[in-house]
Design a protein around this ligand. Structure first.
Ligand SMILES: Cc1cc2nc3c(=O)[nH]c(=O)nc-3n(C[C@H](O)[C@H](O)[C@H](O)COP(=O)(O)O)c2cc1C
Length: 205
């Protein structure tokens, strides 16, 4: 079992998404003690934003300078990590109704036409082999009503980009109301933590 573990909160102190993603990885490792983990802290070390030079170098297969060459290599490494793992765990907090820009930068690395998906006459087709993806989703608000759900461009967006690449088997562990000043925050986090064993059991065992 090879696990790709991504965290994308730029916050490290009392980070709910980091706590939940870690707990998901720990639970997988409890069942698969030989598991290997590739960890990427996108929150602390965000991928470079996709530049024109890098985009063109990816298409042509040749970079014009050392910086572009490094960025192209980083993109191929991220795609390889995603392609080679057996399960993905993503810590994904909501920032301004979407994912963090750090996670968006990773998505812009790995969602590449002709590499992880292709356009066909029948629409886009994912090129990655399907595998389970566990998303630790956290947000300060509550998105239960349909009006609030319309403002959720975090979970539907993330799951749609995963599907684009052929990853149809994504699962959400969610803690809502985890605003740093909300006294109910701990309860919400604990509820999400409690959901993890049953989800791992259902999906992986
Ligand atoms: C810059 C910023 C923007 C945020 N935007 C939203 C938002 O649009 N909706 C929401 O419900 N919570 C929002 N939050 C709250 C976070 O989603 C919540 O605190 C989450 O737990 C942060 O993840 P972390 O604890 O892993 O750092 C925002 C927090 C920050 C710091």
């Amino acid at each position: 079992m090879n696990i790709l573990h991504l965290d994308s909160s730029p916050l490290t102190q009392n980070s709910s998404s980091r706590r939940l993603s870690r707990a998901i990885v720990d639970e997988i490792c409890r069942h698969f003690p030989q598991a290997t983990i590739t960890y990427r802290d996108l929150g602390r070390n965000p991928p470079a934003h996709l530049s024109e030079d890098t985009f063109l170098a990816l298409i042509k297969g040749a970079a014009s300078d050392a910086q572009t060459e490094r960025e192209v290599a980083a993109i191929h490494r991220s795609i390889d990590e995603l392609r080679r793992c057996d399960a993905v765990v993503i810590g994904a907090p909501m920032f301004n109704h979407s994912v963090t820009s750090q996670l968006k930068a990773w998505i812009d690395q790995v969602c590449q036409a002709k590499i992880t998906f292709s356009f066909t006459s029948a629409g886009a087709v994912g090129l990655l082999e399907d595998k389970p993806v566990f998303i630790a989703s956290t947000r300060g608000g509550i998105y239960a009503t349909s009006a609030q759900r319309e403002m959720d461009h975090q979970e539907p967006y993330l799951q749609a980009t995963l599907r684009l690449m052929g990853l149809n088997n994504s699962h959400i562990i969610r803690a809502e109301g985890v605003d740093k000043n909300n006294p109910g925050r701990e309860r919400s986090e604990n509820n999400a933590l409690n959901d993890i064993p049953a989800l791992i059991q259902k999906v992986l065992l």
